[in-house]
Design a protein around this ligand. Structure first.
Ligand code: SAM
Length: 223
């Protein structure tokens, strides 16, 4: 059965290159099934902390005759996946807090992987910080709009990288991103309107960061 993914999962799938893919928090399992069906993955380890969620992925694999190459495993984070067992680890649709905890938990167990494709629903800065701390370098970092919402998608490979605070906060390549300028300008306008009648030190800090980032976009464009 062919399967269509939404824009968010399609972008995530496009960043997977080859080999064995671990899809952590797979839920419905559609990403893994699509990766196998489109030859982007040789095998998939689909995991979920919830047996109820995993059941959907297991049934999808079974009903389509791919259970031998789409394995399902229950467990928290990367605990069901061994060191280097997957070439690429995908973690999508979870909060940035949870994703960074999963990354640090795996590192504490001495597990490493060649590539990560991560799409945090919240706090992408926590994910970037954790990747850099663990000596992965971000090679792709952009937003995808899907169903009226904006999702961050990050790909990281092994290697070292230094990111300044603006790149940690707004994206490793924020000054090259087509959507960043528009979104940041909207946020800046909104935050300026709030601070004009209610002063808040944290808000002012955020306004300064947004202004600096937008200035950097202009500088890069005019260079
Ligand atoms: C919103 S769904 C995302 C499904 C899919 N990855 C996607 O992006 O469409 C989140 C899934 O992550 C699972 N989950 C939450 N915390 C987890 C953890 N610590 N380890 C593994 N799975 C987790 C949930 O049970 C749920 O099925």
């Amino acid at each position: 059965m062919p399967i269509r993914l939404d824009e968010r999962l399609t972008r995530i799938a496009s960043l997977v290159d080859y080999g064995t893919v671990a899809d952590i928090g797979c839920d419905h399992g559609k990403l893994g099934y699509y990766l196998i069906g489109t030859d982007r993955a040789r095998a998939v380890i689909a995991t979920d902390i919830s047996e109820g969620s995993l059941k959907k992925a297991r049934e999808l694999a079974r009903d389509n005759g791919v259970s031998d190459i789409m394995m399902t495993r229950q467990g928290d984070g990367l605990s069901p996946v061994a060191d280097r067992e997957a070439d690429t680890v995908v973690i999508a649709g979870l909060g940035g807090d949870v994703i960074s905890e999963i990354l640090s938990g795996a590192a504490a167990e001495g597990k490493r992987f060649y590539h990560f494709v991560l799409s945090p629903n919240t706090h992408p800065e926590k994910v970037r910080r954790e990747l850099i701390r663990q000596k992965y370098r971000i090679v792709y970092d952009d937003a995808v709009e899907c169903g009226g919402k904006r999702y961050t998608v990050i790909k990281a490979d092994e290697g070292e990288q230094i990111l300044d605070e603006l790149r940690i906060l707004f994206g490793a390549f924020y000054d090259e991103s087509e959507s960043f300028e528009r979104i940041a300008a909207q946020e800046l306008e909104y935050k300026r309107s709030i601070i004009s009648f209610h002063y808040d030190a944290e808000l002012e800090k955020r306004i300064v960061l947004l202004e600096t980032a937008l200035n950097n976009v202009l500088k890069r464009r005019n260079a």
